[in-house]
Design a protein around this ligand. Structure first.
Ligand SMILES: [Zn+2]
Length: 409
């Protein structure tokens, strides 16, 4: 079990708990980004429904496992915001390379198909009942599903040129779906819809509800979720994931058992990138995926640098131009990198008292900017307008401490 969850001690804890029938109805997978939490959640869902003997091997060919491996089973619901585009692009590259070289082709095919469905599962119509976005979603999903059918296992793959065209189209459609409809935080309607879905009981097996970024929910949504966790539907397991356990509501934490995920070492990351993507890359998995960003982290730093230096020198930056140069901050990761760049520019400020004070206020402003966009759905333009005002004010009321520190960068 959990053969594809590498270098995480939680894998053996989950194995033990499932083997001894001790897995609670609600669990939390907690740890930094790109440590395998979603992989573990999807694997848990597969293992809980496996009819094979021994149970839950990755190579199991029971009908349920075959569906789960391609992520086309109907007893798993997946909710939560996520940038899927980089993984899809990375997996496409791996799959097409494997198809040329006829090496690891089957594994790479699953890798790519799964990367796309990790996105489309979030747009399962069941979760969007009564939403005004449903017809738009259905259009994207039907195009993507039709393309996926062409390459779903065990179907024989078309020749390379045709395969390559299908993969390009899939990538384009998936990116358009994410660009157009990916949400920043889960809505109360999604929680209600998934609750109704979970309450329809299955003839056999278990339903699994996976909720990513459990820390990123408005109060009303968290309360709706809490209500379900307090009186969970029968035969349903809730798997929450978070990179910020301290931001998850304590009443939710008291309802879940936590399994911890740790950052991998450089050697472990190297091994995982080699095994999964068949690339020889030194760095973290996140860094590997950043190769597929439409704007490089270095270029984002430069744009952030231009923005910050203008603000602390009393000028008003052209925010529309900044947004355009950063690919509209899509995927959202680009916005995080932009804010982190400004955070990095604070370093010299920590070396003198006025600077440290101003920098700490600036850090709070950066964090609020991120939260306003990702939790409260503020537009990036409005968020940057606020940030501009706040940084200018912090600098002014602290005797230009930010400007002084910036000069020492
Ligand atoms: Zn099985």
């Amino acid at each position: 079990m959990y053969d594809n969850l590498l270098y995480q001690s939680s894998a053996s804890l989950l194995c033990d708990d499932i083997a001894n029938d001790r897995l609670p109805g609600s669990i939390l997978l907690s740890g930094p980004d790109a440590t395998g939490k979603l992989t573990a959640a999807l694997e848990t869902s597969r293992i809980l429904s496996c009819k094979g003997n021994p149970r839950g091997k990755w190579t199991c060919t029971c009908p349920s496992c075959l569906q789960h491996k391609a992520l086309i089973n109907s007893n798993t619901a997946l909710l939560g915001p996520r940038d899927c585009s980089l993984e899809i692009s990375a997996c496409k590259k791996t799959f097409l390379n494997a198809a040329i070289n006829h090496a690891h082709e089957e594994a790479a095919r699953y890798l790519f198909v799964r990367s796309v469905r990790k996105l489309t599962m979030r747009f399962n119509p069941v979760l969007w009942q009564d939403s005004d976005k449903l017809s738009k979603i259905s259009k994207y999903i039907s195009v993507i599903d039709e393309l996926l059918e062409e390459i779903d296992p065990p179907r024989e793959l078309p020749d390379f040129n045709e395969l390559s065209t299908i993969c390009d189209k899939l990538e384009k459609e998936a990116l358009a779906l994410e660009d157009d409809l990916m949400y920043n935080s889960i809505s109360i309607a999604q929680i209600r819809n998934v609750s109704s879905w979970a309450h329809v009981s299955l003839a056999e097996g278990k339903k699994v509800v996976i909720i990513e970024k459990a820390e990123r929910m408005l109060e009303g949504v968290r309360n709706a979720l809490l209500k379900i966790l307090e009186e969970p539907p029968e035969n349903t397991v809730f798997i929450l994931t978070t990179a910020k356990r301290s931001s998850v509501m304590p009443t939710i934490l008291s309802r879940v058992r936590t399994y911890n995920f740790n950052s991998r070492t450089e050697a472990q990351s190297h091994d995982i990138i080699d095994r999964v993507y068949h690339e020889n890359f030194t760095g973290t998995i996140e860094q590997y995926l950043q190769n597929f960003l439409p704007v490089s982290p270095k270029d984002i730093y430069q744009v952030a640098d231009g923005f910050y230096s203008q603000v602390i020198n009393g000028h008003i930056p052209d925010l529309n131009e900044i947004i355009k140069n950063c690919s509209k901050f899509d995927p959202r990761l680009l916005f995080r990198l932009f804010l982190e760049s400004i955070y990095q520019m604070q370093e010299p400020a920590l070396k003198f008292a006025a600077g440290a004070k101003a920098s700490s206020l600036c850090t709070t402003a950066l964090r609020n900017t991120w939260n306003n966009v990702t939790i409260y759905n503020q537009s990036i333009l409005a968020a940057l307008e606020n940030l501009t005002k706040e940084i200018a004010l912090i600098n002014k009321t602290n005797d230009n401490a930010l400007r002084e520190a910036y000069g020492k960068l």
